[in-house]
Design a protein around this ligand. Structure first.
Ligand code: FMN
Length: 136
């Protein structure tokens, strides 16, 4: 089965940008749906922005992206990277909330329309995965 990875950044609307409850709600539903759809990934929030990584089969990704684009809890969703990948970066997580790193925060605040945003995202993700390995 071909595997794809999407990275997007969006802007939280209203109170969704702060406080724990909106995040807990989002993660709860996401875990349940993503387990059903064999999707994995992580979600970060910083300074009113979301960065999410979603990995899985094309049809499942297309369906969740359609739901995400209708969700009023965020707006201005910009796909930074959408590529075919050999394996999952987050095989064990249907959806996990990650603390941001300084690199991830800088990326979320950067001009995402720059030509190398996808490569920049890849470097940020590699750093996150490395950090997780160190923490184990
Ligand atoms: C930042 C953010 C991330 C989300 N991530 C996911 C996700 O990974 N999987 C998922 O099924 N829904 C996710 N959702 C929720 C969906 O937008 C949607 O509310 C949910 O899938 C239920 O859709 P439905 O009401 O059309 O059934 C996310 C929402 C937000 C705001």
């Amino acid at each position: 089965m071909a595997l794809f990875r999407i990275v997007y950044v969006s802007e939280a609307t209203g109170s969704v940008g702060s406080g724990l409850m909106p995040l807990i709600d989002i993660i709860g539903v996401s875990e349940q749906n993503n387990r059903r759809d064999h999707l994995t990934g992580v979600l970060m929030r910083h300074d009113g922005r979301f960065l999410q990584v979603l990995e899985g089969a094309r049809a499942d990704l297309n369906r969740v992206m359609a739901r995400l684009s209708r969700d009023r809890r965020h707006e201005n969703l910009r796909i930074v990277s959408d590529q075919s990948v050999p394996e999952r970066l987050f095989p064990n997580w249907a959806m996990a909330r990650l603390e941001t790193t300084p690199e991830a925060e800088a990326f979320m605040a950067s001009d995402l329309m720059q030509h190398d945003a996808a490569a920049h995202a890849d470097r940020v993700l590699a750093g996150l995965v490395e950090g997780m390995a160190d923490a184990v």
